[in-house]
Design a protein around this ligand. Sequence first.
Ligand SMILES: *Cc1c(COP(=O)(O)O)cnc(C)c1O
Length: 469
Amino acid sequence: MAHDHGDRTLALREALTLAAQRVADYRAALPESRVAPLATRAELRAALDSPFPQESAPLERVIDELVAAATPGLVASAGPRYFGFVVGGSLDAALVADVLTSGWDQNAFNEALSPAAIAFEDVAGRWLKEALGLPPAASVGFVTGAQGANTVGLAAARWWVLQQAGWDVGREGLFGAPRVRVLVGRERHATIDRALRLLGIGERAIEEVPALQNGAMDTAALARGLAHGAGTPTIVCAQAGNVNTGACDDLRAAADAARAANAWLHVDGAFGLWAAASPRARRLVEGIERADSWACDGHKWLNVPYDAGYAFCAHPDVHATAMAYSASYLTGQVTGRAFGGGDFVAESSRRARGFATWAALRSLGRTGVAQLVDRSCELARRLADGVRAIDGVEVVNDVVLNQVLVRVGDDITTDAVQRQLTEEGTVWLGATTWRGERLLRISISNWSTTARDVDQCVEAIARAVASCA
Ligand SMILES: *Cc1c(COP(=O)(O)O)cnc(C)c1O
């Protein structure tokens, strides 16, 4: 037995070392590698789709098969020339911390299960609030992403607005409850609608607030809308960082309007909340500290590996009442205990996400976080200037943050240009429909993107436009 154990330890050490080398090689090649995958889902499946093997396989063989089968289908989204959606890469320190997290395999439900996991969430949570300028007393739930954070924030909102109306939603549910109104901008992210569906509030509760030219919410219209239904339980949902234009709602005006109506203010700031971490960009989100709850991502602009999101709430008691559960078998859960871990999220057993976020913040420092934001914004402006110089190409949005919207012709041409870019593989960027028009959408949110990568992107767009003309 002792011999077996020794062999197994050695095999694991070798496999981990090999995996680490493979990851290091993969990432070292990212700056020069093709961005789009080489194989489609169907092709990958055809190569992979064997019958479920009857017999076990040794570690080395499992890993070899995994790497060989997955590699052609990998997208270089961790690299510097992936400009699609709002994706971000992963900082080296956060990646290594994430590998340790897997090795340690902690359950971050509570302190009894892992004091380390909870303590790192405590401290990383405090640093996040400091970086983002949120109230020091706010609670933080480490969730899977902004979808999770929006759902948690809106769950707290639902509990509070109904409690104000004398209704305990935790106990009574929504059958027979007073109607809840949700005022949210027309250009909200679709995860808000899904959160409202899951929470039983429903899409019909949404009262859309018109958008301004740049995609931000028209807060004068918000104030008028709120004045209408005074006395009704009301949630206002603002946005920092429009996924197309990067525009941020006027949060001061939204907070004034929400306060006057005794409404709960939630802010979806999946990536735009990071503007607050830069002294230069901070003016975009002034008033941010006055909201009741906030959703933010770690895996986008902070460059933490997937998955990492944060649900902040200015009212920890409301946050915990809406989300926590307790059971008699849960050692360490006593009345008056310090909340944390599983109390602020919708999961029970969960990954120890505090380690990777802590490592990202520790490696960057406050200055580094601000620089990451500023550099991305600067590169977005450089890219906008570059594409403007291409004949027949226009930048459609005011580039206030890290998002650039580009018109390269009619809808058919735009999609053809996008396909051509993907085929060529120098860069990857997506197309979007904004205000009824197909446009290229470019996001700069990776720590490793350089001016050279941006210039290569401009050149690739010029080539694709020329070939599709
Ligand atoms: C990306 C995004 C979301 C969803 O975030 P996930 O991390 O994908 O769950 C929500 N809102 C906005 C504004 C976003 O950009």
